[in-house]
Design a protein around this ligand. Structure first.
Ligand SMILES: Cc1ncc(COP(=O)(O)O)c(C=O)c1O
Length: 418
């Protein structure tokens, strides 16, 4: 029995205490994160447990990573089995799983080839490099990268260069030259910046960090048309919304477009770091040996986990579940909008949803956490929900009830302030 529980050792040892961990981290870590006071020790399904034994319904799922919830038995079995055989290899040799995974993902996305890396930002970097190779092969001045205002593509310097939010970019200027930002979902604005100098347009199908704003199908179709007209590449970033989160494998598929490059990452290996860049047509032929690579990307464990993730989603009908639970959650959020003056709109698709508030979302998210529900505040006044694909109606009902209570509590407390 103990063997089937990967957390058995952690739970048997004396539980670490939040204050000690905080104090240690404050001395030894670079100050990149402003953590929430929750010391997690284990998880099971959609539930996360802290060091005091409190249980949280996790509707953030590691920011869209833990799509199968915690400690999925099929994932822990692959971890154990592959852990005994081959964890890492390097990309100097072949192993059984990278090709299989590339073929599966390419088929699901309507693409042809894949490159595997470790983080979303790295997949975006690979796309930027292909975009530049593509442009320079046509004309030396064809190097402009068109991206959208309010976008988020990651924290590496290339990905930051095409991130349309000044707060992330400003401290690191100068970044990559030749980036042009266009307003989101604005056809005229996009037409105004795309030209023969453009080598690629980068679009998130749903702007996740930016507050869960879906790109309109018309806007995606226009971007596709402009890239064809100007011989540029269309790059779709589905790192947050891809691989099932909207109830389809990829959100752009609903718009009927055929991108040249697609990035995906978060849920792909069920919590283990892995990302990929999928490519099609001439864009899939531009890298040659030695032009790009990464030590860890696409190792045997990561790829096996990703194959298992895809099998589970297919065999357990999780895309259907995402659509059904997404509809239920959305309906409940819309009820909240009707009943609570603090909430003004619901955005998103499937299980990437947002509740727009008229005030900072952080106090609501903090209150919900104290009541046992994990959510996220993004873009100041947005409550973002990214639950795992495995949730059931009872989890949705509990989340909605808790969120309503959190909203009412914050409203009451803020009214009482002088
Ligand atoms: C759309 C999108 N692109 C890129 C990234 C960067 O991914 P990572 O943090 O794994 O580098 C993110 C992360 O949230 C994202 O949402």
């Amino acid at each position: 029995m103990a063997d089937s529980n990967p957390f058995a050792a952690a739970t048997a040892s004396p539980r670490p205490r939040l204050e000690q961990v905080k104090e240690l981290e404050s001395r030894v870590l670079l100050r990149t994160y402003d953590r929430i006071p929750l010391l997690a020790v284990e998880g099971k399904g959609p539930w996360l447990y802290d060091a005091e034994g409190r249980r949280y319904l996790d509707f953030l799922a590691g920011i869209a990573v833990n799509a199968l919830g915690y400690a999925h038995p099929r994932i822990t079995r692959v971890l154990r089995e592959q852990g005994r055989r081959l964890l890492h290899l390097s990309n100097l040799y072949y192993h059984d799983y990278q090709g299989q995974l590339a073929e599966r993902l390419a088929r699901l996305a309507g693409m042809e080839r894949a490159f595997f890396a470790n983080s979303g930002a790295e997949a975006v970097e690979a796309a930027i490099k292909i975009a530049r190779l593509h442009g320079r092969a046509i004309a030396p001045e064809k190097i402009e990268l068109v991206a959208l205002e309010n976008s988020f593509h990651g924290r590496t310097c290339g990905a930051l260069s095409i991130t349309g939010q000044a707060k992330y970019r400003e401290p690191y200027q100068p970044l990559l030259p030749g980036v042009r930002l266009a307003p989101f979902n604005d056809a005229e604005g996009l037409r105004a910046v795309v030209s023969d100098r453009t080598c690629a347009i980068f679009i998130e199908s749903i702007q996740g960090e930016g507050g869960v704003y879906p790109a309109e199908p018309d806007f995606l179709q226009l971007a596709a048309e402009l890239t064809r007209r100007h011989r540029a590449l269309l790059v779709i970033d589905e790192i947050q919304c891809g691989l099932g989160r909207t109830g389809q494998w990829f959100a752009y598929q609903a718009a009927g477009i055929e991108p040249d490059l697609v990035t995906a990452a978060k849920p792909i290996a069920a919590g283990f770091p892995l990302s990929c860049l999928l490519a099609r047509g001439p864009a899939a032929e531009l890298f040659h040996p030695g032009m790009h690579g990464t030590t860890f990307g696409g190792g045997p464990l990561a790829c096996r986990l990703a194959l298992e993730f895809l099998d589970i989603v297919e065999q357990d009908g999780l895309l259907e579940n995402v659509r059904a639970m997404g509809a239920l959650l959305r309906e409940g959020l819309e009820n909240i909008v009707r009943r609570n003056a603090m909430a003004s709109a619901v955005r998103g698709q499937g299980l990437i949803l947002a509740l727009q508030l008229d005030r900072p979302a952080r106090p609501v998210v903090d209150q919900a956490r104290q009541m046992g529900l994990l959510l996220n505040a993004t873009h100041e006044s947005v409550v973002r929900l990214l639950p795992p694909y495995i949730i059931e109606p009872r989890h949705v009902r509990l989340a909605l009830k808790t969120l309503s209570r959190a909203l009412r509590t914050v409203q009451r407390e803020q009214k009482q302030l002088p």
